[in-house]
Design a protein around this ligand. Sequence first.
Ligand code: GFB
Length: 319
Amino acid sequence: MADGWLDTPYSLSGKKIWVAGARGMVGSAVARKLSGKNILKDESVDLRDQVAVHEWVQQNKPDVIILAAAKVGGIKANEDAPAEFLYDNLMIQNNVVHAAYEAGVEKLLFLGSSCIYPREAEQPITEEALLTGVLEPTNEAYAVAKIAGLKLCAAYRQQHGCDFISAMPCNLYGPGDKFDLEASHVIPALMMKAHAAKVSQAKTPEVWGSGKPLREFLYVDDLADALVFLLENYSGEKPVNVGSGAEISIADLAEMIARVVGFEGKLVFDSSKPDGTLRKVMDSSRINKAGWQPSVALGQGLKQTYEWYLEHQKQARAA
Ligand code: GFB
């Protein structure tokens, strides 16, 4: 085993798997990926409630946990509610990780985020950059919680020998994403704005910030594929970066979204809104060398996401 990579893969067959957060974008993609496997359902557990989580895990005794539950949101949601981003995420991860330890869970996968790395980290960002500098202020609370989560997994590995691992994805998008003008991430927000402008022809889609920041996006089903790959092939303390390696400026992304949606008018930039970190691209060479690559290009992924959004809107109207 070199650098945490397993010589003999860990087999998920016959294992009881709990996808914590299965109703979210990431959790539902992981459940899709694992369909046919023995997946536990947890409709009503409030993961911030220590007693409820402890009891549920004791009763259901999962073999494997994928901790995809988290309080997440875009740049504005993070700025507006730092207390919730810190408290909810600390509670969820503390409860699930500790309950997993107490129940003797064989393997747990914790999900972090590329925003755990310092704002001024050298790009592309390697796993070694962790805790070497100051964080981006717009998402510091979320990043601190996620750093605590990956360190918690490392600590249970060191002290108790638990096979708890951590993955750090870049910005994610895809079917099941939160579509909300204020609270969501850039892709769903711009898709909604471009769609509304196309339909009403009265509005001009507003792109927040300067359009200059660079971001790396990964389609959520590619992430799900990577997470299963990690469960089967990785058992190390160090987090593993999971990105597409493809960078795009927010201005170019906005143009691309407009094309996918079929909006042909002008976009305007609202410089009163924050840019956040100017560049955030990860070095994902560890997982790439181990044998995993993404397969959905941004153009294709945006198209699939827009189709999902239209279908979802239709269903919401019919309900
Ligand atoms: O996706 P986003 O909110 O996340 O914003 P971050 C990315 C970039 O898109 C920023 C710009 O430069 C935004 O200013 N942007 C342009 C917009 N128009 C819009 C819009 O209408 N809505 C939004 N939301 N952005 C988040 C973190 O940072 O990334 C989280 O706050 C998490 O903690 C997540 O780590 C992956 O990349 O800036």
